[in-house]
Design a protein around this ligand. Structure first.
Ligand SMILES: Cc1cc2nc3c(=O)[nH]c(=O)nc-3n(C[C@H](O)[C@H](O)[C@H](O)COP(=O)(O)OP(=O)(O)OC[C@H]3O[C@@H](n4cnc5c(N)ncnc54)[C@H](O)[C@@H]3O)c2cc1C
Length: 460
């Protein structure tokens, strides 16, 4: 290719990027309010980092309030663990026969179920085990609806991009954003860190907690192609073959939960444990994916040797191994397992959360259901890094002890936190105060306007 052809191709490429809003120049359409003096600086009210279970809801909320909002997502789509991780069964919006989490997350979940022609569970009946009321959604459809809602709310979506450096300014932050072929500065009033592992909080040197022993992750994968009649006749033999494969190192502990060989054969989507899973950095996510994929190949090779498994193959597999536990912030308030199991209504509660204590370990998981009638709450203080100004978090990195986190990390709770944090951040940006200075009654009033459910009995 000669130089003229090269330049022509670059120009055409830039035009396509500009049309899709993903070009780095502030003059591109879909990026808000360029600084007239510096075309490489974007000026926004709210920057949401991470578009997972919490982040897409946060961005939509801020956008719907009229805040100029940019959402940086290092991956290719919205939804995070819900979509890219393949955990497409968000829970729990309902408790004890009643809805406790509503708002934007619920709106998208219900819409995706409706468009998909599926039915919601009957929430009026209290199930034997809480997670039976999780809603199974079509992950791909959900990602599309989340993206549509972001664009409708005027949110600027920036995929494959992430903050490289962040400096504090007198009234917010100056953020260096990078991505392949993309580099620009963004000035914002408020940041909502929805990266799952509080990576922005980490960049700012604010305190986070980390457990050396963490919950394992899971590579979501569904195997198919079994002759189920033959499998059923040989269940005992298959289990024996599995145990032998573990003993001789062809399979590894964690390749199925509790060593139950039948789970992957019966179509379970996430019955493996990937120990040491960690999505905190590109390097640890790479190692996590490698471990998840080795598991799949190991398992497939084994399944092809069992009676009825000759034609076994992969039906579907997510392209990212999902992590349950990484960094959590040290917040103004830390949610403890006692707060959670007692259903404590915090004075500054902004949303509910509901799930069993659900700590996965080397042996599997034994969820501990909450006592009848208990519905815990999420305080604003658990979303604000201790001693910080102009930054909040939402999602599984909320300030919490390990056991409380094993329950509060679930998706409906993350969505509720995303909405609450975004309302707070947008109001703070508008009135030029920090998130902790925004009056609680204003936040709650705005949340109600946007369909969220406010914890009963929380003080002003
Ligand atoms: C295997 C497994 C099973 C689970 N089972 C259930 C269940 O049954 N029900 C349930 O409700 N919950 C379940 N959970 C928990 C729940 O899915 C997660 O805790 C929740 O989705 C976390 O949401 P989040 O928004 O905090 O993080 P995520 O959804 O992980 O989103 C974080 C996003 O931030 C992006 N990101 C990270 N760093 C950066 C950066 N520096 N810049 C830009 N973008 C960045 C990531 O790409 C990602 O999109 C499960 C989790 C796992 C792993």
């Amino acid at each position: 290719m000669n130089r003229r052809q090269y330049i022509k191709r670059q120009v055409a490429g830039t035009a396509i990027l500009a049309a899709s809003g993903l070009v780095h120049k502030a003059s591109a359409q879909n990026l808000p309010s360029p600084d007239p003096d510096n075309h490489d600086i974007l000026d926004v009210d709210v920057l949401v980092v991470g578009g997972g279970s919490a982040g897409h809801v946060a961005a939509i909320q801020a956008g719907r309030m009229g805040a100029k909002t940019v959402l940086l997502e290092r991956n290719s789509q919205l939804g995070g663990t819900t979509t890219t991780g393949g955990v497409n069964f968000p829970g729990l919006f309902h408790a004890w026969g009643k809805q406790y989490i509503s708002g934007i997350g619920w709106e998208l979940v219900a819409k995706s179920v409706e468009i998909d022609g599926k039915e919601l569970p009957d929430f009026s009946k209290v199930p034997k085990s809480h997670p039976q009321h999780q809603v199974r959604i079509n992950a791909q459809l959900y990602a599309l609806l989340a993206e549509e809602a972001c664009l409708d709310a005027g949110v600027s979506l920036a995929y494959y991009q992430f903050p490289k450096k962040i400096e504090e300014t007198s009234n917010g932050w100056l953020v260096d954003v990078v991505g392949q072929g993309v580099q620009y500065q963004l000035r914002c009033r408020q940041i909502v860190d929805c990266t799952g592992g509080a990576s922005v909080v980490g960049m700012l040197g604010l305190e986070r907690s980390w457990s050396d022993v963490r919950q394992p992750g899971t590579q979501m994968v569904v195997f198919t192609g079994f002759d189920q009649a033959v499998v059923q006749e040989n269940k005992k033999l298959i289990q024996k073959m599995y145990d032998e494969a573990i003993a001789n190192g062809k399979l590894q502990k964690g390749d199925t939960w509790k060593g139950n060989a039948m789970r992957p054969i019966q179509g379970a989507s996430g019955s493996n444990h990937i120990f040491g899973a960690d999505s905190s950095t590109a390097a640890t996510q790479t190692q996590t994916n490698l471990a998840g994929r080795k598991h799949v190949l190991r398992m497939l090779k084994f399944l092809k040797t069992i009676p009825g498994g000759e034609n076994a193959t992969i039906d579907r597999m997510m392209n990212e191994t999902a992590s349950r536990e990484t960094f959590r912030i040290i917040g103004e308030t830390t949610l403890t397992v006692n707060d959670y199991t007692s259903g404590r209504i915090f004075d500054d509660a902004l949303s509910y959360s509901f799930y069993p204590i659900d700590l996965h370990d080397a042996h599997g998981v034994k969820p501990k259901p909450l006592a009848h009638g208990k519905v815990p709450t999420i305080p604003r203080g658990a979303l604000i890094p201790k001693g910080s100004k102009n930054i909040m978090v939402a999602g599984r990195c909320l300030s919490s002890d390990r056991l409380a986190n094993s329950a509060a990390r679930v998706q409906a709770s993350c969505m509720g936190m995303g909405q609450a944090a975004a309302v707070t951040a947008a109001l703070a940006a508008k009135s030029g105060v920090t998130p902790i200075e925004v009056p609680l009654e204003k936040i709650r009033e705005e949340l109600k306007k946007h369909g969220a459910i406010i914890p009963q009995g929380a003080k002003a």
